[in-house]
Design a protein around this ligand. Structure first.
Ligand code: AMP
Length: 180
């Protein structure tokens, strides 16, 4: 059953060559979102996996992580927390820089994102993990503000990069579609 769902999800993704730059194969999730069977199968799989995790919150990474994270939070009856690119959150933030191929990027979280619930159990979610820089910074932020990142979940992992290995040093990880 679950293998058929993974196939459905995998087949609903669109590969876009040379976006946003030459040599990158971009995994486009808009074709998953506009396919109600695939999107439904994905949310069902996530709900079945995480309903026993005793989660307090789901944190989604800007911006595609919001789509899956917010829907799953509603399904599980827990709160949703956005982790955003620098300069987007209005209240007091805590931030974390991470290295890109050239230069740096930065993500932020509100200081009271988890409503001061010490040790809150948080699932981190994003659409895709590549080098793991974004996910490691996001997982660190969750822990920095006093919560506990219990797992990082990705719809797609690029297995030929070492992102999953990197993030697994900080928290458990899970991905549905593995691209070799
Ligand atoms: P990274 O920090 O290298 O793991 O990059 C992960 C972030 O970049 C995620 O938020 C993804 O949405 C985006 N990303 C990186 N590579 C791709 C790709 N090939 N296809 C789609 N999104 C990507």
């Amino acid at each position: 059953m679950s293998d058929r769902r993974i196939e459905l999800i995998e087949n609903s993704l669109r590969d876009v060559a040379d976006f946003p730059q030459e040599g990158i194969v971009f995994k486009d999730i808009t074709t998953l979102l506009n396919d109600p069977k695939a999107y439904g199968a994905l949310l069902d799989m996530l709900q079945e996996r995480y309903c026993t995790y005793n989660l307090d919150f789901i944190a989604g990474i800007d911006a595609r992580g919001f789509i899956f994270g917010a829907a799953l939070a509603r399904d599980l009856g827990v709160g949703f927390v956005p982790i955003r690119k620098k300069g987007k959150l209005p209240y007091t933030t805590v931030s974390e820089k991470y290295a890109l191929e050239y230069g740096f990027d930065e993500v932020e979280i509100h200081i009271d994102a988890f409503r001061d619930k010490k040790g809150a159990r948080v699932l981190l979610i994003d659409d895709l993990i590549a080098t793991g820089g974004t996910a490691c910074a996001a997982a660190s932020l969750i822990n920095k503000v006093g919560a506990s990142c219990v797992e990082a979940c990705f719809i797609v992992s690029l297995e030929f990069l070492d992102g999953i290995e990197k993030v697994s040093k900080i928290t458990d990880s899970y991905s549905i579609v593995k691209v070799n």
